[in-house]
Design a protein around this ligand. Structure first.
Ligand code: SF4
Ligand code: SF4
Length: 157
């Protein structure tokens, strides 16, 4: 089993099932992330219908192999538009988040999948389940924005 890049020790037992989002500790909040990397893929939103399409064009800071942000702690310096999720902003963002995203699932009162590292105990299980962005992306500096629609994909779920 590989080491988990997201610290999950020191969180309460099955906190995601019984602690409201706004009562989670900072560590629990971060531990909720399954590490899929799909939120770091660029999306296209239809202004009229509000429909959101996912593309395989990744944010410039996403590492395609680890599915991690290369500069997570200081990412806003490089990508000012990167969304910082909080319990308070979930209502604004849930609609565009990946269907398997743990924040979205918990926000919608749904259970986490068995492959979530909090349940499996293994950070690789999200990739083994085939639901992450690993190996699916192309960097945004290789594709002009007007061509993103040529790279629309179905979310791997
Ligand atoms: S989609 Fe959700 S669970 Fe996946 S990396 Fe992004 S925040 Fe974490
Ligand atoms: S800055 Fe980092 S966390 Fe934000 S979208 Fe890009 S890769 Fe993801």
């Amino acid at each position: 089993m590989s080491s988990d890049p997201i610290p999950r020790k020191g969180t309460r037992s099955r906190f995601w099932e019984r602690v409201p989002m706004n009562k989670m500790t900072a560590r629990e909040w971060e531990a909720l992330c399954d590490g899929c990397g799909k939120c770091c893929l660029n999306k296209l939103e239809d202004e009229e219908t509000g429909e959101v399409a996912l593309t395989r064009v990744a944010c410039r800071l996403l590492d395609d192999e680890s599915c991690r942000c290369a500069q997570y702690d200081i990412r806003k310096q490089f990508v000012p538009e990167c969304v910082v999720l909080t319990p308070e902003t979930m209502s604004q963002h849930a609609y565009w988040m990946p269907a398997t995203c743990a924040y979205r699932l918990v926000y919608e009162g749904k259970p986490l999948y068995d492959w979530h590292p909090l349940i499996s105990g293994d950070p690789e299980s999200v990739h083994a389940a085939g639901v992450s962005a690993r190996g699916r992306t192309i960097p945004e500096f290789e594709v002009p924005e007007e061509e993103w629609e040529d790279h629309i994909i179905e979310e791997p779920v």
